[in-house]
Ligand binder design. Structure first.
Ligand code: 13P
Length: 295
């Protein structure tokens, strides 16, 4: 089916107490693996791209991969742009076929962040796509952005309300104690803050920094309004390690298709485990049914 807009999908997820898994794709095979894993579970999925990945490949290549696998699939698939600071690039994505875009102006003071996010809201409206924006600063390393623990700022629920009221977001990214990359110690996720932000904003929350969180943490965050959970670092590690492991186990096998298939199977199994954990199973057709009833 054609790619879907993230907004109604995340509203459905929040209302039905599950989260849609969002994975940062690496190449065609990881894109296919996430959609096939979702298909096997009748679940929706978000294929998301970092700005760095778009620069390495191109808008055209990425859209063609995601459309190719989604069009042959019965489950809802979103193509989302993860953390982007460049408004021109954001508009290019919306124009090229992304069905959701993210502006990350969280490093700027509130008013400046809001003003930049409003410009992106206008782009999202113009192209009829979903939108995510961020308030507060999430710790860790994402693309080439580094936020130290000392610089991270947890999101204030009252500011969150002002921000979300002005933007009508599909997903709200905020700092609630999670971090991009592997956790150094025990993650200190502020569940009361997640609940307070969700009560104040009534906006599906995007939980960033999914790698390394426990099943219990996911369940508690999702129960409090996290409707999108981002996973990137874990995929990067499985992507590289599965390739290396295959070669170590089969040092004389130089048939590339067997190597990339081992990698594909490992990544697909990883995607399926997260989709299941976030409660996505059987929500693909449930979402589509809810949309046809509304039409
Ligand atoms: P991890 O790299 O910690 O999985 O976080 C991913 C993320 O939040 C992407 O925006």
């Amino acid at each position: 089916m054609p790619l879907v807009n993230m907004k109604p999908l995340l509203r459905h997820a929040m209302d039905n107490h599950y989260a849609v898994a969002a994975f940062n794709l690496v190449d065609y095979n990881t894109t296919k693996g996430m959609v096939k894993a979702a298909e096997g579970l009748n679940a929706p999925v978000i294929c998301q791209t970092s700005a760095k990945t778009i620069k390495y490949f191109s808008h055209k290549e990425i859209v063609s991969w995601v459309r190719t696998v989604a069009e042959d699939s019965p489950v809802p698939v979103v193509l989302h742009l993860d953390h982007c600071k460049d408004i021109e690039m954001i508009e290019e994505c919306a124009k090229a076929g992304w069905t959701s875009i993210m502006i990350d102006a969280s490093e700027f003071p509130f008013e400046e962040n809001l003003e930049m996010s409003k410009r992106v809201r206008d782009i999202a409206e113009k192209y009829g796509v979903g939108m995510e924006a961020e308030l507060g600063q999430i710790m860790g390393v994402e693309d080439d952005m580094v936020v130290d623990e000392a610089d991270s700022v947890l999101t204030d629920p009252e500011d969150a309300k002002k921000f979300c009221d002005a933007l009508d977001l599909s997903a709200f990214a905020c700092a609630v104690g999670t971090a991009h990359g592997y956790y150094k110690g025990e993650p200190k996720v502020d569940f009361d803050r997640i609940a307070a932000i969700n009560a104040a904003t009534n906006t599906p929350m995007a939980l960033h920094g999914g790698t390394g969180l426990s099943d219990e943490t996911f369940a508690k965050a999702i129960a409090r309004g996290s409707a999108k959970v981002n996973i990137s670092t874990n995929l990067k590690h499985v992507f590289v390690q599965s390739f290396v492991d295959y070669h170590r186990a089969n040092p004389d096998d130089y048939e590339p298709l067997r190597v990339v298939d081992a990698q594909y199977q490992a990544c697909k199994a990883l995607f399926a485990s997260f989709i299941e954990k976030f409660g996505g199973t059987d929500q693909g057709s449930a979402f589509l049914q809810s949309q046809s009833e509304m039409a």
